[in-house]
Design a protein around this ligand. Structure first.
Ligand SMILES: Cc1ncc(COP(=O)(O)O)c(C=O)c1O
Length: 372
């Protein structure tokens, strides 16, 4: 084929075939320069594909590979960014939400922060209902992120004035609005079926023997578990449950009975089985006491330089227990849920830990990280 064509027959010196090839090549060149795989598309592009981190000291000690997805590296700073993005995408797909619309959720924690971030980036308004016993910092943070915050009296789930029901009713009263309903909307679980699970599978080259996570809505453990079990049904999915939650007894003994105590952890533990948790392929459950979750939080800081919250301490403690149960040579994956900053005032405060009778149970070497 004559690829070159005379200059006077075309503005290009090349035939259309070559000209097209060259154009594509130049386009790719500039695409690669501006949008290489390493460059994320704005905040939404910063959801998922978080680093997989080896927790060195406890891996060496147990002879296992204890790995964690560093979920604090999501754009909004926590594992809940994945759910937030998928919940909004779900409402858009269902036609409930379009440009300029309002996202409403009942949440006191990371989901609200994730939603508020996504709303700014995607051009939506964000309205958050939360119990009025939450800290000033949480309210201020959400307001800083552009959300309208409605603290309402603390009442149980079966009371129509529970903050979640108020959020639903408010969303229903608006046009172009959605109640994202993180607990019972399975788009939350889907986020982990479509992103976290596949990332863990890919990053371990399929060589993962167990995963373990705490559960708030159940989205993370249920979604990751569902994906990985389809790949290899031998992968063990183990719930890490804080004191005061019903899930440990539910999965161990089939009854919705709380374990004793209130936990210092925030965002995990449950009083019911949510839609996201229904059918979760859980093989076993470990009840993690606050003392163990907190001591592991400080161990991660002291040994690894990882500044994280107590839900991360709980996750990693559970992975450490599993490693000891399973023996050397296994790969166990969990996640670092977020950073310690949000919990600085309580979890890193000497007096709070003393009041909760945790201070005396903490190795003295960790006391250097506490403030008064
Ligand atoms: C810090 C933290 N860790 C873990 C979780 C639990 O994740 P999931 O809701 O997917 O069960 C949450 C949920 O809010 C959280 O805020």
């Amino acid at each position: 084929m004559n690829l070159l064509r005379p200059m006077n027959q075309s503005r290009s010196v090349y035939s259309p075939v070559v000209s097209n090839m060259l154009q594509k090549w130049f386009q790719n060149l500039s695409f690669n320069r501006c949008f290489s795989r390493d460059i994320r598309q704005g905040l939404v592009g910063m959801v998922g594909n978080t680093p997989m981190v080896r927790i060195n000291k406890i891996s060496d000690e147990t002879g296992c590979e204890i790995l964690a997805k560093a979920e604090q590296c999501n754009g909004g700073g926590s594992v809940k960014d994945r759910a937030a993005y998928f919940l909004i995408k779900d409402a858009m797909t269902k036609g409930q939400l379009s440009a300029g619309g309002t996202v409403v959720e009942g949440t006191a924690g990371n989901t609200g922060i994730g939603l508020a971030h996504m709303c700014l980036a995607m051009g939506f308004k964000c309205v958050i209902y939360m119990p009025n016993n939450q800290s000033r910092e949480k309210i201020d943070m959400l307001k800083t992120l552009g959300a309208i915050v409605n603290p309402v009296p603390v009442v149980p789930w079966d009371d129509p004035n529970n903050y979640n029901h108020q959020a639903r009713r408010f969303a229903e009263s608006l046009t172009n609005a959605c109640w994202t309903n993180q607990f019972d909307n399975r788009a939350n679980k889907l986020a982990h079926v479509e992103t976290t699970g596949p990332e863990i599978w890919r990053e371990t080259g399929g060589k993962v023997h167990a995963v373990t996570f705490g559960s708030g809505t159940g989205g993370t453990i249920s979604g990751v578990g569902t994906f990985l079990k389809e790949k290899n049904s031998n992968i063990r999915v183990v719930l890490a449950d804080p004191q005061g939650s019903v899930l440990y007894n539910y999965f161990k003994h089939g009854k919705l009975e709380r374990t004793p105590g209130n936990s210092i952890t925030e965002g995990i533990g449950q009083g019911r089985v949510t839609e996201n948790m229904k059918d979760a392929p859980i093989d076993d459950a470990i009840a993690v006491m606050d003392v163990d979750a907190v001591n592991m939080t400080f161990r991660l800081l002291h040994e690894e330089g990882l500044f994280v919250g107590a839900t991360t301490g709980l996750n990693v403690f559970s992975a450490y227990e599993l490693a000891k149960q399973m023996g050397p040579g296994h790969t166990i994956v969990t996640c670092l849920c977020d950073t310690g900053h949000k919990y600085y005032a309580r979890l890193f405060n000497r007096n709070v830990l003393r009041d909760m009778e945790l201070l005396d149970k903490m190795p003295k070497i960790y006391h250097q990280y506490l403030h008064d």
